[in-house]
Design a protein around this ligand. Structure first.
Ligand code: NI
Length: 186
């Protein structure tokens, strides 16, 4: 694989991504590779920094059966075709709130409750360069917020409660140290 998968402690995860100026072949290849990596790693979303790229692209995809308020329920976003590739996503509005457990491929073996908006409106470019706007609810809205955070250099562990932060701090410190040692930093 030509990409390095970046784990907590890798400085690129803290670097805000640059907007994509032109959707050229390199961007299309990156998006295709991200979809593939997201699938291999069984993630529900992936942001470019997680594979060391600082451009505003994220991919989102999961089994439509999870696109429901409760197991077996009706789809919350029946009009949305998954997986999605979002280029230069901007969240325009957030409504409602829900706390739910989150994890991240770049922060392995840590799960924690995160408070997010239940519904978001987002605009982005698709791979054809067309401006799209999407109203997303439930898990899809959560993943959009999580990936949008990544593109700004923010991780879900930054958004957990103060108490949870304290309980995770030892684990996170060790993860960061290990990553920095592997990169020859610190
Ligand atoms: Ni993540």
């Amino acid at each position: 694989m030509k990409y390095q998968f970046c784990i907590y402690g890798h400085p690129v995860l803290r670097q805000p991504a640059d907007p994509v100026a032109l959707i050229d072949k390199a961007i299309r290849i990156l998006a295709r590779d991200m979809l593939e990596i997201m699938g291999e790693k069984k993630g529900v979303g992936l942001a470019a920094q997680q594979i060391g790229q600082t451009v505003q692209i994220c991919t989102i995809g999961f089994d439509p059966k999870y696109d429901a308020a409760e197991p077996g329920g009706a789809r919350l976003n029946p009009e949305v075709e998954l997986p999605l590739v979002m280029i230069n996503p901007v969240i325009l509005s957030r409504t409602g709130a829900k706390t739910d457990t989150e994890g991240c491929l770049s922060v392995p073996e840590i799960w924690a409750p995160v408070h997010r908006a239940w519904e978001v409106s987002v605009k982005f470019l698709n791979l054809k360069g067309e401006l799209q706007t999407l109203q997303a609810r439930g898990l899809l809205a959560r993943v959009i917020q999580h990936e949008q955070d990544h593109l700004n250099g923010v991780l879900f562990v930054d958004r957990v409660s103060a108490v949870k932060k304290i309980s995770l701090s030892g684990k996170l410190k060790r993860m960061k140290k290990k990553t920095e040692a592997e990169l020859g930093l610190g």
